[in-house]
Design a protein around this ligand. Sequence first.
Ligand SMILES: Cc1ncc(COP(=O)(O)O)c(C=O)c1O
Length: 397
Amino acid sequence: MISERAQNVQPSATLKVTGRAKELKRQGKSIVSLSAGEPDFKTPKHICDAAIKAIRDGFHGYTMNPGTPELREAICAKLKRDNALDYEPSQVICSNGAKQSVGFSLLALVNKGDEVIIPAPYWVSYPEMTRMAEGNPVTVRTSFENDFKLSPEQLEDAITDKTKVLILCSPSNPTGARYSEDELKDLADVLKKYPEIYVISDEIYEYIVFDGEHTGILNVAPELKDRVLLVNGFSKGFAMTGWRLGYLAASEEIVSAFARIQSQETSAPSSISQKAAEAAYTGSLDEVKAMRDEFKKRRDYLVETLNAIDGVSCFTPGGAFYVFPDISGYIGKSQPDGSAIESSTDLCLYLLDEYGLALVPGDAFGEPNGLRMSYAASMDDLKEAMDRLKKGLSQLR
Ligand SMILES: Cc1ncc(COP(=O)(O)O)c(C=O)c1O
């Protein structure tokens, strides 16, 4: 019999929709999928070249468990250059993606029964990872009116004597929302009153921000440095999802706890990917900026088109490559065959089965009134997707 732990883990809902869309495509159906969470661009050439060179040079062995000293130095230099933050290589550990960085951070911090505050809509893995660490996820539902951002009052209300961690994700998956400096300051003011609470700040979408520069909580509250776990990686900004490389920057105490876990579970990430990541952080960011500019055009197109549809409203997200429109106006309606649309999941299944449009229901992210559309897809696909969405919605009564 498999463990209760494994039985209790939910499969990723985003992967479920992507899987069903792929299956329908395989059967020959025309499918437009806006469900994936990965850039549709190629990794920049100079990064690929660094990996090819590493292979040719025979850089094939295990590296040090926290990552090569050169990569950790490059990460520290980047944190200084882009984020005005001071870290030493001993305060950085590389792992197989930001996902693992979040998961091992939770394992390093959370005791059985500890509470982890997770603003909803949330990235699907946060509650599951919390449970796997034997913690209790405390999800706090944010509002469409506040662009799905946690308010200081909501944070204060959610804190109990069991609270151990707050997870912040800005820019956010699934909403694309970004906290402003003032909003982060207000949250930091609450956290300053509770010195036993840690913050996992997931900044994986840092390079995909549209108006102004990225701001993290440490930029507005440097005094929280010992209890902020800064998670980042290469997947999104450099279109390197398959290379599997992320990292954690935190106090030496936390990094060494994380390192002990990593040393027993996985060891260091791929040596080849580490060489590629070093090239990413030491080389030109021109292609990163070009990808960001392309994402911005797509965001503008989607937000404008969605807001012109009756019964749909969508705020303008400041980053990432997702929009998260409010579709509550369509919940409670009926399909042409009479069956009811009772949830965002029903709506997404209807759009997929009848119109070949794959989107991810808000239910998966803890927000039943929304759905997530990824615009990591070509403009042609986005236009086709909007046509299918309009047709599908117009048939509901
Ligand atoms: C908010 C968030 N954090 C972390 C990750 C994982 O990133 P990585 O590919 O580096 O593991 C994702 C990927 O979808 C994400 O959306």
